[in-house]
Each structure stands twice: as structure tokens, then as C-alpha cells.
Design a protein around this ligand. Sequence first.
Ligand code: G3I
Length: 453
Amino acid sequence: MDNTRKRALGAAGAGALAVVVALGIASSAGAAASTLHAAAAEQGRYFGTAVAAYKLSDSVYTGILDREFGMVTPENEMKWDATEPSQGSFSYGSADQIVNRALSHNQRMRGHALAWHQQQPGWAQSLSGTALRNAMVNHITNVATHYKGKIYAWDVVNEAFDDGGSGARRDSNLQRTGNDWIEVAFRTARAADPDAKLCYNDYNTDGQNAKSNGVYAMVQDFKARGVPIDCVGFQSHFNSASPVPSDYQANLQRFANLGVDVQITELDIEGSGTTQADNYRRVVQACLAVTRCTGITVWGIRDSDSWRASGTPLLFDGNGNKKPAYTSTLTALGGGNPTSTPPSSPPVSSSSSSQPPIPSDGCTATVARVDQWQGGFVVTVRVTAGANGTNGWAVTLPLPSGATVTNAWNTNRSGSVFSNVSYNGRIAAGQFTEFGFQGTGTAGTLTPSCSAS
Ligand code: G3I
């Protein structure tokens, strides 16, 4: 981020009873998941955060990370200066630490960032022309290959447009290698990791303005010419000098209409109390209103973790307590209290017009497929207690042949049986809890059966 931008931001016991419910894709409007990621997943979205490797020994930090977030972006560890400190010599220690931890904690990864005019190693800063272009291509190939199959989406190119009113490219050493450097970066990333979504990411593009118009024209051109671009990231760093634009949703929608996913990639909003909470709510509502807005990432966990901590822009205070902004975000995502009462109108599935009544005993399980992509899927499963409540539960959920579970959350899994973990076995009568899992292959129609103890 340049100095102009920095200044702008600175201003601112019952017997077991099995009940079988077969569902395909369910929309679960009105669901009341108890964490950001679970609530977002019910809406078919992810909820993520930026993570710094050196904080992973802080148990308060990791406690919130693992409870609330399903997507992880390394804050600095994948940048060019970190991953290739000497030309041709790659250093993946800190980034690997974040990636391996995330994948083993049922979290997916956003990669950030392959090509950027900032945070380049000194050797790259001193290159130009063909030497720099070749170095960029070699860098992208090595990093994207190293993480092949582990990255949901890459920020392939970051912050390449100018902040002035021209809508033009930003001057940089990369830009001076030729205007085609961005498409070369995208083609190189696609060749290295064909399954990762490839994003262009920028700031001050959150509303319609000259800069976002410039990005829009580029994406439109890329789509017309078959340059591989799958998504556009809107960083969404907001404060009083750079507030949430009134046309935020409309701007997300016009990009989505080009045939790309849109993602909110670095959200933080300076402020406090109800004003800040209201702004977070607006951002979440805007994303949910745009079908191709696939997820939201906040740029850090606690205020004290933020790159601009004095603006207290995040969802947790310095002690890790939930702020009003957390509550408004969770509520906007359709979540709420972990033991909240199910919605008066039951969730509706696309393959069944209503859910079965709450059983007189035992439990029911319903499945919502919240994401499906080539080769993988994410589902959530809601376990609703019958009239006697539960002390524990187990859901048997056979997967179609060829599908396998890669990770699961809020549950213990043994084969096709998913059982409660320590904190969600007890469900009061008529209330519910939720777990989820990610898998490879195709989810197809899933038919769960639930037993309670
Ligand atoms: O690691 C060194 C440490 O050894 C040294 O003692 C310390 C002294 O300042 O610096 C540490 O490095 C800092 C690094 O963050 C890790 O904390 C760098 O100076 C500092 O420049 C770097 O700032 C990062 C910034 O990008 C760099 O441009 C922020 O953490 C990071 O949040 C920020 O993230 C960017 C996104 O990548 C792109 N969009 C804008 C966003 C906010 O600027």
C-alpha cells in the first residue's frame, strides 16, 4: 500500500431412536449457527481471517482462530520477500506452518499474493525488463506449484491499479515490464495449479469509481480473451475517510455479472460500538445479497493483531472478547446463540418442501450442501433433538462411492459415523447443533440417520 493510501487510512438419556431424513441441497435460511464460519457455511459462504505465523503459539489467538474461522490467509508469509528472499532460493517455512496447520484444522487457504509491487525482495526490486518478467514467472511457478492442491484461491496479482482518477494501471517495476504482465501472471498461475481459483485483489475498488472501473474493464477484457481469471478480491479496508460505499453491493454485483466470483478479502472497519457493528452488518448483507460473493475474510483476529491496531477495526478486542461488531456479523450471517430455538419456519430443501416434525424422542439430522466445486464439496449437518433432548448423538452418513471426507469440524468421525464432541453432545429438547465436513468427489444426495443417547 502506498503512502497516500496509508495517510488516508490513518485519518480515519432417552433410548436411542433413529430417524432418517433424506435431503439434497438445503437452503437453511434462519439457521442459528453459533460461530462465524458455521453461520457463513449455512449461507454457502466461507468466513476467514488473516493469520500471522508468529502468533500461532498464542493459545487465545489459536482458540478463536479454530472456533470461528474456516478460511485462512497468510498475512505476510506468502509474499515474494518471504518466499524467495534470494533469487531462485525458496523459503516456505512460515507459510508452510500456516498452511499445514490450517489444513489439519479443517480450514481452507487463500494464497496471498503471487505478484505485487510491494514486499518484493531487494533483488527483485533492482531488476527490470525481461529479467524481472522472467523472475516473476519463475516465482509464480515455484510458489503455486509448491502449494498445488492446497489453495482454494490465489491473489495472483495484488494492487496493480492507480489511486488517482485515471483508472489506469499503477506505475511499478512490474508494470514497466509490459502491460501484459498481469495476464502472464494469471496464465502462469493456472498452469502451475489448475484447480485453484485465481483472483485479482485490490483496495479502494469497493464502490464504483475510476479505479474499480479500470479493474472492471480489465476483467471484462480477460473474460473476453480467455485469460484465466476466476475471482476479484475487494480488500474492504474501511474507516471514516474511506467508509463502506453506498453502492458496495451494486459494485460487487456488477463484477459478479462479468462471470467471476467476488470475495471480500481483507475486511476491517475502524471504529467501535454500534456504528462499527452496523458497518460490519452492511458488508455481510451486501455479500449475502450477491450470489457469487463466495466469502468474507477479516484482516486479523483481535484488534491488537491488526496492521492498524489503534483503529480497533476487528471483531474481537485485544483480550479476545467478542465485540458488538462480532455479534452483528454473526447475526447478519443468520447465526446466533448456540442453543437458540430453531426457526419457526423450518428450513426448506430443494428436494423436499418441508422438514419432518421434531421427533418425540431421539434426534433428526438434515444435510445442507453449502459448496460444491470440481472435485470437492462442503456440507453442514444439523442435528435436532427430540422431546427428551440429547446427552450425545451420532449421525450415520454414507457418502457416494468415490467421495471421501478430508476434514470435519464440530464432530468426531469414524468412517461414515459422525458423533458429538465434548461441547455439543447436550442438546435441549427441540433445539439443534451443527457440524460440517469437507470432502473430495461429489456429495450427491446424502441420507443421514441420527441416533441419540
Ligand atoms: O518482521 C519484521 C520484524 O522483524 C521487524 O522487527 C518489524 C519492524 O517494523 O517489521 C516486521 O515486518 C513487518 C511485517 O508487516 C510483519 O509485521 C513489516 O515491517 C511491515 O511492513 C509489514 O506490514 C504488512 C503490510 O501488508 C506490508 O505492506 C502488514 O503486516 C500486513 O497486514 C499488510 O497487509 C496488506 C496486504 O498484504 C495487502 N493489502 C493491504 C494490507 C494492509 O496494508
